[in-house]
Write a protein that binds this ligand. Structure first.
Ligand SMILES: NC(=O)c1ccc[n+]([C@@H]2O[C@H](COP(=O)([O-])OP(=O)(O)OC[C@H]3O[C@@H](n4cnc5c(N)ncnc54)[C@H](OP(=O)(O)O)[C@@H]3O)[C@@H](O)[C@H]2O)c1
Length: 294
């Protein structure tokens, strides 16, 4: 029985792992969020870990408020960098496998073709910088670990672009959405399944390995919004605008952040669904959930 400790488990990815766990009867999961396990409290975290003695820690805890981080950089650093350094250090010290999630935003978006794991990061925002420092902390701590960079994460849970668009499209006739930031949405349910497939191998890694993961395909936020509205049968027009026309968001975002997924697909022999296919699945699940409550 593999003991798996999940931090930040009330967030999108944590809840998606919980939803996927029924297919993994050989794992025993311990789900925690900030109330039970605040990863910035290093002493309590180590006590908790020693008490449970997990084989694997999946760190889903994160500070993800991209624009807010521009003036709350310290908090982003505490959670995304320093606490990650502490967790990775504990993973190394106690020989626990470690899964850490990072972001496409560590790239500057100037490459123009898909980013591989070998490309140099060049974070352009405070959030991206804090996540980049977190990655570096895992690399220098050297536990058996997977750093998985993902992009545009959404799910049935917590806050995300899909749920925001669904809500807005119910009350507005039109929505302005940017069409010059290109990347790929990631359904957290797909990423959760992949992590659960990966975890038995992590303690054999002999160090830190970095992977990219998103759904397949390529889009921009305006097309993503159109698909959300289309698949949910709502009536709302998407007006594509440039980032400049949209008006300034506080944090800079990469213009192009397609992730090359060859490494994770080849090493774990997985098929990744196209973003539209997974979006339909998520919207169907949200509709089923809504029907239950009506
Ligand atoms: N969301 C995206 O679009 C996106 C894109 C690329 C990469 N990622 C990465 O994917 C990972 C999972 O993201 P997500 O969307 O699932 O995140 P999420 O929904 O924001 O969940 C993060 C969870 O961590 C909790 N948390 C915050 N500080 C904590 C602390 N000190 N100790 C323990 N838990 C704490 C949060 O609680 P509160 O809600 O109370 O703060 C929340 O429940 C993150 O590493 C993120 O950077 C996300």
């Amino acid at each position: 029985m593999l003991k798996v400790l999940v931090t930040g488990a009330n967030g999108q990815l944590g809840k998606s792992i919980k939803a996927a766990e029924r297919n993994y009867r050989d794992y025993k999961f311990y789900y925690t969020d900030i109330e039970e396990l605040d990863i910035t409290n290093y002493e309590e975290t180590e006590k908790f870990i020693l008490n449970i003695q997990p084989d694997i820690i999946i760190n889903c805890a994160s500070y993800n408020a991209v624009d807010k981080a521009e003036y709350d950089h310290q908090k982003a650093i505490e959670i995304n960098s320093k606490a990650v350094q502490s967790l990775a250090g504990m993973a190394k010290k106690h020989q626990i496998g470690f899964v850490h999630i990072s972001t496409d935003y560590i790239f500057d978006g100037q490459k123009g073709t898909a980013y591989t794991e070998m490309d140099d990061p060049n974070p352009q925002s405070k959030y991206a910088h804090s996540k980049y420092i977190g990655e570096q902390a895992v690399l220098t701590s050297k536990p058996n670990a997977a750093i998985i960079r993902t992009s545009w994460l959404y799910s049935e849970y917590a806050h995300n672009f899909v749920k925001t668009i669904l809500k807005l499209a119910q009350t507005k006739d039109e929505l302005r959405v940017v069409n010059d930031q290109i990347g790929t949405p990631t359904y957290a349910g797909d990423l959760a399944e992949t992590i659960l497939i990966m975890i038995p191998s992590i303690n054999e890694f002999g160090g830190v390995k970095t992977y990219n993961y998103s759904n397949e395909g390529l889009t921009h936020w305006a097309e993503f919004a159109e698909a959300i509205i289309d698949f949910s049968g709502l009536d709302c027009m998407v007006i594509p605008v440039s980032t400049e026309e949209y008006g300034l968001t506080k944090a800079a975002r990469p213009a192009y952040s397609l992730l090359d997924k060859s490494k994770i697909k080849n090493e774990f022999n997985i098929l990744i669904p196209d973003w539209k296919e997974s979006l339909k699945k998520c919207i169907n699940n949200l509709e089923k959930e809504q029907d239950k409550h009506e």
